[in-house]
Design a protein. Structure first.
Length: 206
């Protein structure tokens, strides 16, 4: 007896090939500078209070390195804080210093060096120190940023052997580096030995 039933081969189901995912390029368009200080018997709480003083305590902070994006606009602290929302993933260049040693001087600073035009990136430098005043820590952070930018731009006149005061004058006269600055916070630990934390930050916005 002939079996007339024919087995039909199963056709493989069409499988869609996954599409290539284009990487997201997160380049900040704005940033603001801020600083703060906090004191508490617990170190972590002193840090949170410093962030609160700086206006960025409600953010989930992600620390990044020190490039000032080309064409990035600097806005005021008040403008910047208005754009933050609770739980927001917030990228920043952050300097932080903590101590509980009575009468110890601590400082945190972010320096900046911004090039002319919108085609070249600049530098942000973070610096924390013990025993340095606002002026000393700020000048050091600012110098770090300026020297990194000068090296990137190939400015041979900005010799590492020159002192910062001399170099700062040359920065102001240069047509390639238009602005240097710093945001610095210092404090002296109270005699009771509570923890104090100082922070300084350049906060990026998109």
């Amino acid at each position: 007896m002939n079996n007339n039933n024919q087995t039909t081969a199963q056709q493989p189901a069409h499988v869609e090939q996954p599409q290539a995912v284009t990487p997201v390029k997160l380049v900040p368009s704005k940033l603001f500078f801020t600083k703060g200080v906090g004191t508490h018997r617990e170190e972590l709480r002193s840090y949170e209070l410093a962030l609160r003083d700086a206006g960025i305590e409600k953010c989930n902070i992600v620390q990044v390195s020190s490039i000032f994006p080309p064409g990035c606009k600097i806005i005021s602290r008040n403008e910047g804080i208005k754009e933050l929302v609770p739980g927001m993933i917030t990228y920043c260049v952050l300097a932080r210093c903590s101590s509980s040693e009575p009468r110890r001087l601590i400082a945190a600073s972010v320096g900046s060096a911004i090039p002319a035009g919108n085609a070249v990136y600049g530098y942000l430098s973070e610096h924390h120190a013990y025993g340095q005043t606002d002026e000393t820590a700020g000048a050091y952070a600012e110098e770090l940023a300026a020297r990194m930018l000068a090296s990137t731009l190939g400015l041979s006149d900005f010799d590492d052997s020159k002192n910062w005061d001399e170099m700062k004058k040359e920065c102001r006269m240069s047509d390639k580096i238009v602005k240097t600055g710093n945001t610095t916070q210092s404090t002296i630990i109270d005699p009771t030995g509570n923890w104090s934390t100082v922070v300084a930050a350049a906060v990026f916005l998109f």
